[in-house]
Write a protein that binds this ligand. Structure first.
Ligand SMILES: Cc1cc2nc3c(=O)[nH]c(=O)nc-3n(C[C@H](O)[C@H](O)[C@H](O)COP(=O)(O)O)c2cc1C
Length: 130
């Protein structure tokens, strides 16, 4: 994979901890005016720059307003594959590698989870090919 990716850097903030219940815990980051790429779901490379879990990871991220849960302030929610640590307060750099789909409002949480399973499988495939 040549070229460079749009990166979003920042500190991990506290979210609603809803992601954990859905089986997809996410590291949440605020967006500023310089960071407004197309809202949607992306395959991502993640660099954890501080803390005990420093290193490079793969994952899937949702950038936008979470229409499933009403209108929210735009943010970036990143799920790291095969990761069990706590990233609150740590500094992350998230590279948006491939756009997968727009954010959607599903009929049920089960439908959202099923779609996140598909997103993860697709992202793993894309990132493995890199
Ligand atoms: C791979 C992935 C796909 C997502 N897709 C959507 C979506 O299509 N629509 C939506 O409203 N939220 C979507 N989300 C956001 C989740 O709703 C959000 O991460 C979850 O509510 C947890 O929020 P919290 O960390 O603030 O608790 C997605 C999140 C991930 C990780």
């Amino acid at each position: 994979m040549l070229g460079h990716w749009h990166r979003i850097d920042g500190e991990v903030l506290h979210g609603d901890a809803r992601g954990r219940e859905l089986g997809y815990p996410t590291a949440n980051m605020a967006l500023d005016r310089l960071h407004q790429p197309a809202f949607g779901v992306y395959a991502v490379f993640v660099d954890v720059l501080t803390g005990p879990d420093q290193g490079s990871y793969k994952g899937v991220a949702s950038l936008g307003v979470r229409p499933m849960f009403g209108e929210n302030k735009p943010n970036l929610e990143t799920h790291l594959f095969d990761f069990k640590g706590d990233l609150y307060g740590q500094h992350l750099s998230v590279a948006l590698v491939a756009y997968l789909r727009p954010e959607l409002k599903f009929d049920s949480l089960e439908a959202l989870i099923a779609q996140m399973d598909k997103d993860s499988a697709e992202a793993r495939k894309i990132l493995a090919d890199g």
